[in-house]
Design a protein around this ligand. Structure first.
Ligand code: ADP
Ligand code: GLC
Length: 485
């Protein structure tokens, strides 16, 4: 039996802001339990739902030197569906109203604390991982601290690390002087071949330099980040470490996302009866959100963080034209940059029959949108993997996406001659190309309903469960720590 510890800043069902939580929540369950004991360690956020906090059980506490102080580290645990979750408790760092704050220095401080606390906690947990699987910049210092100080100690010797990039844009950067002081790492670590980047300290870079292997969440993104456009300044490092870098596509958990057994949706449906049943969800949602009630109109869904990454400036460019001319309705669920939130509020006011803006976070409404919409728009500028399009596919809601990252790897463009494909795609980051793709989808939806339904069938049958990808992670674990006996 090999022991694997996942260290991350979010995880379903405890705390979620995006796809990272879905992945850390679902992947451990799919790793073969006969050979691997996978556990997860997370910060204990004050903003976790009470029902989740109630599941936590106190283990112990200790004090750890960090940032020139002796800091409290509480350890808690929970067991859910056979997986053990550990939590690092410290009110000063994690009792925030939301999982992340806008204070960049505080973010550096609390996740540096988390990374050190994860390693410090191991001997007390009675669980010595053979490998620590780190996710995103928040855990970038784990491989660094491990090499820098912990491995001097017999207990830690030989522990391997993997760094998974869910989004290269977020790197955890701050000036070297402060980071040196906060982390206690010596000046030796802050050179351009280690944590320094463009005069700043960069926590993700630390993880990428010191981890034994690097993964990202789709094969295409693994290639893209070796180029300057997607590399966010780290393309050189990605090229240098390309032998240790692999792209493993995310999956989703079909027990949480299945139109046949979804507790949130009005009418369950499957690949055999969607022609009659799926549309009932549309009518319900139109009623609920005050959109014009018309089962024939094409409803386009958007569920997303409202940020640049997701391609909202393309939408901003042509939305007026499309709402004024096209027979479409649009339903948006998301929060993020104010300019995008306000844009959707404005169109909700101007075209109240045609667009519904829901500027908040809601698991329930997200499921209703995946089920009720005919198409799902995701014109991302870049997309490490993307899970929303996988959810849409499962619900027979045809994705309209830009061919980048995981979107390119998961949505097969409709080919009307060969009768293949699961959605609609466009190549260039250009608003009119996006609009042409949407309008092409409209044309198939309205004029070739039979073809549309065939695409829906293929989309619903596409398999993006974790099966294959979990196997690829296991191959990598074995490569690093030797096969399990
Ligand atoms: P990212 O992680 O970049 O935000 P993904 O497509 O990988 O993008 O994952 C996004 C996840 O977050 C999906 O599960 C999506 O349904 C969910 N999500 C995003 N915004 C909201 C929201 N406002 N309410 C509910 N779920 C949301
Ligand atoms: C990030 C990426 C998204 C990916 C998710 C889970 O948030 O933006 O593309 O699906 O992580 O890996």
């Amino acid at each position: 039996m090999k022991n694997i510890l996942y260290a991350a800043s979010e995880c379903v069902p405890f705390i979620k802001t995006g796809g990272l939580a879905d992945v850390v929540g679902s992947l451990p369950k799919e790793i073969d339990r006969e050979y691997y004991d996978v556990r997860v360690i997370l910060p204990k956020y004050g903003c976790m739902k009470q029902a989740m906090k109630d599941k936590l059980e106190y283990i112990t506490e200790f004090y750890m030197d960090f940032d020139w102080k002796s800091c409290y580290v509480g350890l808690l645990k929970a067991e859910l569906e056979g997986i053990t979750y550990y939590f690092i408790d410290n009110e000063e760092y994690f009792n925030t109203p939301r999982p992340y704050t806008d204070d960049a220095l505080f973010e550096i401080r609390r996740f540096a604390f988390f990374s050190k606390a994860v390693l410090s906690a191991l001997p007390t947990l009675n669980f010595r991982p053979d490998l620590i699987h780190c996710h995103d910049w928040q855990t970038g210092l784990v491989p660094v601290y491990l090499k820098e100080r912990f491995q001097e100690n017999e207990f830690y010797r030989g522990i391997k690390t993997v760094m998974t990039i869910h989004n290269l844009k977020f790197q955890g950067k701050w000036n070297v002087q402060d980071v040196e002081s906060i982390t206690g790492l010596s000046g030796y670590y802050f050179t351009p071949d280690k944590l320094e980047f463009n005069k700043d300290a960069n926590l993700l870079k630390g993880g990428l330099v010191y981890a034994d292997a690097i993964t990202t969440v789709s094969p295409t993104y693994a290639e893209e980040i070796k180029t300057p456009f997607f590399g966010e300044g780290l393309d050189g490092l990605m090229n240098a470490r390309s032998g240790d870098l692999r792209g493993i596509l995310n999956g989703i958990d079909y027990t949480d996302f299945s139109p046949e057994a979804d507790k949130y949706i009005a009418r369950p449906y499957n690949v055999n009866n969607f022609r009659k049943e799926k549309v009932k969800n549309k009518i319900e949602l139109q009623k609920e959100l005050g959109l014009g009630q018309d089962e024939k109109v094409m409803l386009i869904g958007i569920v997303s963080r409202l940020t640049d990454q997701k391609g909202f400036d393309l939408i901003a460019y042509v939305l007026e034209e499309m709402l004024s001319q096209d027979a479409i309705q649009v339903v948006v669920l998301g929060t993020g940059e104010e300019r995008y939130e306000n844009m959707f509020r404005y169109f909700d006011w101007k075209y109240s029959d045609k667009l519904s803006a829901n500027i908040f976070y809601s698991e329930e409404l997200s499921h209703k949108i995946y089920a009720a919409s005919d198409a799902f728009l995701m014109p991302s500028l870049f997309e490490p993997c993307g899970l929303s399009q996988l959810m849409s596919l499962k619900y027979g809601t045809l994705p309209i996406v830009r061919e980048t990252g995981g979107l390119k790897d998961t949505v097969e463009p409709y080919n009307e001659f060969e009768k293949t494909g699961t959605g609609f795609t466009f190549a260039n980051y250009n608003a009119h190309e996006m609009m042409a793709a949407v309008r092409y989808a409209e044309q198939i939806f309205y004029d070739k309903k039979r073809d549309w339904n065939k695409i829906v069938e293929r989309a619903m049958q596409a398999d993006f469960s974790w099966k294959v990808s979990a196997g690829k992670y296991q191959v990598m674990y074995d490569w690093l720590i030797g096969p399990t006996a």
